[in-house]
Structures are given as structure tokens and as C-alpha cells.
Design a protein around this ligand. Structure first.
Ligand code: BGC
Length: 370
């Protein structure tokens, strides 16, 4: 076996170790242990991390996270009921009244202010749970009460503007948020424990989401960052891989990925979107791995391996993977201000490790348990 391969395998093992070390007894995964504003657990990051751990055969770790999500929802069942009642009554709901996206590791709402109204995580954890249950033949029953709350919540609010994956642009309805919600609802539609009324609500919503995104995409030939925008965002790759809302060879998806490759990919590193200024707008490891996962899913193995190599090359000497690389910045003049505000960019970021791990597993470079 070549040294390169051994190095990539060691990084996959280290990724599992970083993730394990970052899982609290509650089941929550910390986003980053060393970056103060990320010392919380996000539903979005956590769901992708749990998915990677499930793929790696870490059943207990993944289920501990799903259990943590379930606790979040069940503890807030009255709040969900009240939000649904207000929606049904046609009331305007303030952004701050919705469920949060980022929680304390013990599941409490965090008191510090944040762009908390994000809907995607309430779909993403359902998607990860569904994939886990199929992969390992595990029952979703222990999570059913929470799943029902999550389904009711996203089926009611999917068309409501909310912050996107990057916690920005709250006045819009975002393509990758819709893809995450869609994936969660498709998974839930297959669970008999949820009852036929809720499942048919989930099915109706998936149909309406697809119709909206298709019509919006058809107007310009590719999927956009938000409904009505004409910019792309690299998170849209997820609409095909892994969320499966579009087949990878769907012309809309092919055109979207082509545009992302043209505008947002620089020598393998993937930027979030063209106007990104966060920490100078670097290349995100998790997106570079996501593009690799998409290449792997479409049979472009060499291209997928090149993405894995690029991500691995961003590791620190200790093998930690940062959130982003500053090797190619879109807005270099903005980097310093962020460093002064929050310190150097997050490292290790568990979500980066998770996406690397998923790609290494997909490419067959490693097999779980590691
Ligand atoms: C990213 C989010 C992520 C969070 C924690 C933010 O900067 O935009 O997508 O959930 O960091 O990793």
C-alpha cells in the first residue's frame, strides 16, 4: 500500500477520534471544541456527523446523537404545537419564536444571540436517521415521537423564509434548505410509526417542494441559492448528493454543478458562494468533500479521489481539519477583521472531518469500524 493511501487512512481514523472526542455524554456533537462561538451543537453539522459515524459502523455514536435530537424536540413539544396553531390561524410569527438550530450540548436553548431560525436541520436529522435505520436494520421507533414533531414542523413551515446553511439571508427560501427538508420528509414518509395522516402531509409537502424548486430552476436552467435568485451556492450539490431530491443526471442538476465548478471551485477547493466574505471567503473543506462525494456517486472516481487529496492536504500537522482554507480567498481584505473578532478560523471542525470520512468510506479507502 502506498504512503499516500496510508496517510489518507490514518486521517480517516483520526477523524473518527476527533468526532468521538467531540461527542458529549448527552449525544450532542460539538461543532468545534476550540472555537468559542462553535462550542455548541448544531442540528445540521450533527446530522452530517452522525451520518458519517453511521457509515463508519459507529452505531452507538450515531444513535446517541439521534437521541439528543429527539430530546430537543420532545422537550419543546408544546412550543411546536403552539407554532403550528399560530400558522393554522394565519398569525405572523416572529423569527425569534421558532425552534433554534444551535443548542447547548445538554440540549438547552443558548441564551447568547444567534441566527437561530434555520429549518434545514429539522429535515437533515430525519434524513440521517432514515439512512442509518436502512443501513443497519435499526428501528426508528425510539425516535418516533420526536420525528413526528419534526415532520409536522417542517411540513408546515417549509415555505417560510429562514436563515440558510450559512446562517445568512433570512428573508429568502433557500434551495439547499428545501433539499434537506425534502430528504427528511421522504424518509419519514416510509415510517409506519408516524401514522398515515402525518405521512400523507409529508408526501404532499415533498410534492409541493419539488414543484416549486423545479419551476424556479426551469426559469433559468439551474438551481439557485434561493428561490428567485440567480446566484449559485455550493451547498446545492446536496440536492443530488446526498439528499437525492434530484437525480445526478437531471439537466437542472447537471447545469447547477457545472456552474458551481466554473464559479466556485479553485484547484479542488470549493467556495460557498461568490460573494462570501466570512474569514475572507476561503475554500470550505466540507464542500470540497461534498463535491467529491457527488463525483463518487456519479462514477467519477479519479475526480472524487482528487477532492479527497485536496481536503487531506489542508490538515494541520496533527491531522486536524479546519472549516476553511485561506489558500485562495474571495475577499482577502475581510479576513483580518474576523480573526480579530473571533480568533483564527475553526479547527478542528467536526463537520469537515465527517465529510472527509464519508468520502474516504465511499471511495473504499477505509472500512468501518475504524
Ligand atoms: C456555518 C454553519 C455551521 C456553523 C458551525 C457556521 O459558520 O456557516 O453552516 O453550522 O458554522 O459549524
Amino acid at each position: 500500500m502506498s504512503d499516500d493511501t496510508l496517510h489518507l487512512q490514518a486521517l480517516a481514523r483520526h477523524s473518527v477520534a476527533v468526532i468521538r472526542a467531540g461527542q458529549a455524554p448527552s449525544g450532542a456533537y460539538i461543532a468545534s471544541p476550540t472555537f468559542s462561538v462553535y462550542r455548541y451543537s448544531w442540528l445540521r453539522d450533527g446530522a452530517f456527523i452522525a451520518d458519517a459515524m453511521s457509515r463508519a459502523g459507529e452505531i452507538e455514536s450515531a444513535e446517541a446523537f439521534f437521541g439528543w435530537c429527539a430530546g430537543i424536540l420532545v422537550d419543546r413539544r408544546e412550543r411546536v404545537a403552539s407554532l403550528l396553531a399560530r400558522r393554522a390561524a394565519g398569525e405572523r410569527i416572529a423569527t425569534t419564536d421558532f425552534l433554534h438550530t444551535r443548542y447547548e450540548l445538554d440540549g438547552r436553548d443558548s441564551a447568547s444571540s444567534w441566527e437561530n431560525f434555520q429549518l434545514d436541520g429539522y429535515g437533515t436529522w430525519l434524513w440521517a436517521l432514515g439512512a442509518h435505520s436502512r443501513r443497519h436494520g435499526r428501528s426508528v421507533e425510539p425516535f418516533a415521537a420526536a420525528a413526528a414533531l419534526s415532520v409536522a414542523y417542517i411540513a408546515a413551515f417549509w415555505d417560510h423564509p429562514s436563515y440558510d446553511w450559512w446562517e445568512e439571508h433570512e428573508t429568502h427560501v433557500h434551495g439547499s434548505t428545501l433539499a434537506a427538508i425534502h430528504a427528511g420528509l421522504v424518509a419519514a414518509d416510509g415510517w409506519s410509526a408516524l401514522g398515515s395522516g402525518l405521512r400523507s402531509q409529508a408526501r404532499d409537502a415533498t410534492r409541493d417542494i419539488t414543484a416549486l424548486v423545479r419551476a424556479d430552476g426551469a426559469s433559468r436552467g439551474y438551481l439557485a441559492k434561493w428561490i428567485g435568485s440567480d446566484a449559485v451556492d455550493a451547498s446545492l450539490i446536496a440536492a443530488a448528493t446526498p439528499f437525492g431530491m434530484f437525480a445526478p443526471d437531471d439537466p437542472l442538476l447537471v447545469a447547477t454543478v457545472a456552474r458551481i465548478e466554473r464559479e466556485l471551485v479553485h484547484d479542488g477547493g470549493v467556495h460557498r458562494y461568490a460573494r462570501d466574505t466570512y474569514f475572507g471567503g476561503g475554500e470550505w473543506l466540507l464542500l470540497s468533500a461534498l463535491l467529491g462525494q457527488h463525483y463518487a456517486a456519479t462514477g467519477r472516481v479519479a475526480a472524487a479521489r482528487a477532492q479527497l487529496d485536496w481536503v487531506a492536504a489542508q490538515a494541520t500537522p496533527d491531522g486536524d481539519l479546519p472549516e476553511q482554507s485561506n489558500g485562495h480567498l474571495l475577499a482577502p481584505e475581510q479576513e483580518q477583521a474576523w480573526i480579530e473578532r473571533w480568533g483564527t478560523a475553526a479547527c478542528p471542525l467536526l463537520w469537515s472531518h465527517a465529510m472527509y470520512l464519508t468520502l474516504a468510506l465511499e471511495l473504499g479507502l477505509v472500512e468501518g469500524p475504524l
